[in-house]
Design a protein. Structure first.
Length: 665
C-alpha cells in the first residue's frame, strides 16, 4: 500500500507596511496645549491681581465697619445691666429690673462671610480690629476696678470674680461672631486680669503684714510696760491657782521659792517664745529677731528693777530692806543651778528670803543668776547715785569748785598744745599765772589733785621733754587705748599732760590722746567711736597689747579714729561737727580700702559684699530661698556665686576667715 503524502504549509513572508508620519497634526496638538497653559497662567495672574485688589478693599471695609470704643462699651454696659438684673431672684426684682431681665442681650453685627475672598478677608479684619478695641476696653475696666479697690481697701477676694466677669462680658460679645477669636482673646485677658489681680493681692498682703506688724509692735510694747505688774501680781495669782507645780523632771515641787521661780520663768519664757514665733510670719528678718531678744531681756531686767525700786520707796525702813534684798540676791545666785532651776534653800536661807516681800522674790528669781547679780549691782549703783546726789546737794560749793577746776585744766591743756620753742617763755608765764589762780580761788591743791598734776607737768616742760621714742612710750599709749575702750575712762587731760611732760608720750601721741580725752564729754563723738568699734569687732573693755597698735583690728581702728579727729579739727561749717554722720558716710569705703591693704583684694571684696548685702551665711541662704520663691533667679545665682567664693576663700585661708561664714564643725 502506498504512503499518503504529508501536506506541508506554505510559508508566507512578513508583510512590510510603509510607516505614515502625522507631523502636522502632532504640531497642532502641541501648539494647542501650549496655548492652554499660557491662558491658564494668564488667568491665574489676572485672578491673583483681582484677588489682591479684592482683599485690600475687604481689609478696608472690615476695619471701617468694626465697632468703636463707644459702641462696644455701650454693648458691654447694656449686657451687664441685663446680667445683673437676671442675677437677682425673680421674686425680689423690681418692675424695672424684671423688664430689663427679659430683654435680649445685644450682639455685634458682623460683616463678611466664610466662603468668598472678600467676605472672609473683611470678616478677619473686622474681628481683629474689634478684638483689639475690646482688649483695650477690658484692660481699662480691669485697671479701674483695681484702682477703686485700692482706694477703698477692698480685699482681693471681693474683686476676683468681678475681674473675671469683665473678661467674660467683653469676650462673649466677640465670641458670637467667632468662637476661636473669642476664646483666644478670653485667654489673653484672663492672663492680664490674673497678673493684675496677683499684684494687687501681693500689695494687699504687704499692707496687711504692715498692719499686723504695727499691731504686734504695740502689743509687745504694752506687754513690756506691764511687765512689772506681770511679775508682782500675775505670778502670785497663778501660784495661788495652781496645784502640783512640777519641775523639768516631772516631779512635784513643794518649796515656795522654787515654785515662784518655775511659774515666773515659765510665764516669761512662754511669752518670749510667742513673740519670737510670730516675727518670721510678719516679715521680720534675723537682725530684728536678734534685736527683739535683746529688747525682751532688757525689758525683763528693767521690770525686775522697777518692782524692787517700788518696794524700796514704799518701805518704811528702806535701808534695812536694801540690805535684805542684797542678801536675798546673793542667796538666789548661789541656789541657781546650771539649768536655771533653784536648789532647795536651807532653813536659814528661807528665813532670810522671807524678810523681803514676795513680789521682790518674784523679781529676783526670774532669769538666770547673772540677772540677779546685775540687779544687785544696779541696787548698789542706785544707792551710790543717791548718796552722791545727796552729797552733791549738800556740797554745792564743792561741785562748783570741781567745775572751775575742769575749766582750768582745759585751759592748761590748750596752753600745752600751743607750746613751741619760739613761745615757750610766754607760755610758761601764762601757765604760772593760771596755776596761781587755783590757790587764789580756793580750789583743791592737795596731793593727787589736778593742780599738783599740772604743776608737775609745768616743771617737766621747763626741764625739757625727751624726744626719742621709747618702748615705755608705746606701753603708755597702749594703756591709754585700753582706758579709752572702757565704758568710763579713768584718766583725764591733766593725766595726759603729766605723761607727756614726763616723757611717757611722744608729741604726736600727746596731741592725739589729749584731743580724745577732751572729746569724752561729747556724746556724739563717743557714739561715733562706739559705731567704729562695733563695725571693726572691738569689744568694750577689751584689753590689747603694744603689738596690736601696729597690726590687726586695733591698728585699723586707730587709723580711722585719727581721720575722724582730723575732720573734727578742720570743721568750719555751721553748728558743731557731727561725728556719727561722718562715720556712717565714710566707714564703708575706709573698711574696703584697709581690708585690701591688710588682707588683700579678695578678702576686701568679699567683706564689702558681706557688709552691704550678705550679712551671715544663714541670712544669705534665706535670701536665696526668697529670690527663688519670687522668681528672681539672677539674684539667687549672684548670692550663690558669692557663697561659693566665700566658702573657697575660707577653706584656703583658715586663719583669716570671713566672719559669720565659718564652716560647721
Amino acid at each position: 500500500m502506498a504512503e499518503a503524502k504529508v501536506y506541508e504549509r506554505r510559508r508566507v513572508g512578513q508583510l512590510n507596511i510603509p510607516r505614515i508620519d502625522f507631523a502636522a497634526e502632532r504640531s497642532l496638538v502641541q501648539s494647542q496645549r501650549q496655548m492652554a497653559n499660557d491662558l491658564a497662567t494668564m488667568n491665574k495672574f489676572v485672578f491673583g491681581q483681582l484677588e489682591g485688589v479684592v482683599k485690600e478693599r475687604a481689609k478696608r471695609y472690615g476695619v471701617e465697619n468694626a465697632p468703636g470704643l463707644e459702641q462696644l462699651e455701650d454693648i458691654y454696659n447694656y449686657n451687664r445691666g441685663i446680667e445683673d438684673a437676671r442675677a437677682i431672684p425673680e421674686d425680689q426684682r423690681s418692675d424695672e429690673q424684671q423688664d430689663l431681665a427679659e430683654q435680649d442681650l445685644k450682639k455685634l453685627e458682623g460683616v463678611g462671610d466664610s466662603y468668598s475672598v472678600f467676605g472672609k478677608t473683611a470678616k478677619a479684619f473686622y474681628l481683629d480690629s474689634a478684638s483689639k478695641t475690646i482688649e483695650t476696653l477690658a484692660k481699662k475696666e480691669i485697671l479701674s476696678l483695681i484702682t477703686i479697690a485700692e482706694q477703698n481697701d477692698t480685699p482681693y477676694a471681693d474683686i476676683k470674680d468681678q475681674l473675671q466677669d469683665v473678661v467674660d462680658g467683653y469676650t462673649e460679645t466677640l465670641a458670637d461672631q467667632d468662637q476661636f477669636v473669642g476664646k483666644l482673646l478670653n485667654s489673653e485677658l484672663s492672663l492680664f486680669a490674673y497678673s493684675q489681680g496677683q499684684d494687687y493681692a501681693r500689695s494687699e498682703l504687704a499692707k496687711l503684714r504692715d498692719k499686723r506688724k504695727a499691731e504686734f509692735t504695740v502689743t509687745t510694747e504694752t506687754f513690756f510696760e506691764g511687765l512689772p505688774n506681770e511679775i508682782q501680781y500675775l505670778v502670785n495669782a497663778e501660784i495661788l491657782s495652781k496645784e502640783g507645780v512640777k519641775d523639768k523632771d516631772g516631779k512635784v515641787v513643794k518649796d515656795e521659792i522654787a515654785i515662784r521661780s518655775i511659774v515666773g520663768n515659765k510665764r516669761i519664757d512662754d511669752k518670749f517664745a510667742s513673740i519670737i514665733a510670730q516675727m518670721p510670719g510678719l516679715g521680720f528678718k534675723s537682725p530684728a529677731i536678734r534685736q527683739m531678744r535683746d529688747d525682751f531681756n532688757k525689758a525683763v531686767l528693767n521690770a525686775q528693777m522697777v518692782v524692787i525700786k517700788k518696794h524700796m520707796l514704799e518701805n518704811e525702813n528702806p535701808e534695812v530692806l536694801v540690805g535684805n534684798i542684797k542678801k536675798a540676791a546673793k542667796i538666789i545666785s548661789t541656789l541657781t543651778k546650771k539649768d536655771g532651776t533653784l536648789k532647795i534653800p536651807s532653813d536659814a536661807q528661807k528665813k532670810q528670803l522671807s524678810a523681803i516681800p514676795k513680789e521682790v522674790v518674784n523679781a529676783l528669781v526670774i532669769g538666770d543668776s547673772n540677772d540677779t547679780l546685775d540687779i544687785l549691782k544696779a541696787i548698789r549703783d542706785e544707792k551710790k547715785a543717791e548718796n552722791e546726789y545727796t552729797t552733791s546737794n549738800l556740797n554745792t560749793a564743792s561741785k562748783i569748785r570741781d567745775d572751775v577746776t575742769r575749766i582750768k585744766n582745759n585751759s592748761f591743756f590748750n596752753l600745752s598744745q600751743s607750746l613751741t620753742q619760739n613761745n615757750e617763755i610766754d607760755i610758761f608765764n601764762q601757765m604760772d599765772v593760771l596755776l596761781a589762780t587755783y590757790k587764789a580761788e580756793g580750789l583743791d591743791t592737795g596731793v593727787g589733785s589736778d593742780y599738783q598734776k599740772n604743776l608737775q607737768a609745768l616743771e617737766n616742760l621747763k626741764a625739757g621733754i625727751p624726744i626719742v621714742e621709747s618702748a615705755i612710750q608705746l606701753d603708755t599709749e597702749t594703756a591709754l587705748v585700753n582706758d579709752l575702750n572702757r565704758e568710763n575712762p579713768e584718766y583725764n587731760t591733766a593725766d595726759i599732760n603729766v605723761m607727756y611732760s614726763s616723757g611717757l608720750l611722744t608729741r604726736k601721741a600727746y596731741k592725739e590722746y589729749s584731743k580724745l580725752y577732751q572729746a569724752q564729754g561729747d556724746r556724739n563723738f563717743k557714739e561715733a567711736q562706739s559705731i567704729i568699734r562695733a563695725r571693726m569687732g572691738i569689744p568694750t573693755n577689751a584689753i590689747y597689747g603694744a603689738g596690736d597698735l601696729k597690726k590687726g583690728k586695733l591698728a585699723i581702728y586707730k587709723r580711722f579714729e585719727s581721720r575722724l579727729l582730723a575732720e573734727r579739727d578742720k570743721f568750719e561749717g555751721e553748728g558743731t561737727f557731727d561725728a556719727v554722720e561722718w562715720v556712717n558716710a565714710n566707714i564703708d569705703g575706709f573698711t574696703l580700702e584697709t581690708d585690701k591693704e591688710f588682707y588683700g583684694q579678695e578678702y576686701a571684696e568679699l567683706m564689702d559684699w558681706v557688709n552691704t548685702r550678705g550679712g551671715t551665711k544663714k541670712a544669705a541662704d534665706q535670701m536665696i530661698e526668697k529670690f527663688i520663691r519670687d522668681g528672681d533667679q539672677e539674684q539667687a545665682d549672684l548670692f550663690k556665686s558669692f557663697n561659693k567664693r566665700i566658702a573657697d576663700y575660707n577653706k584656703a585661708n583658715p586663719r583669716n576667715m570671713i566672719p559669720g561664714w565659718e564652716p560647721s564643725p
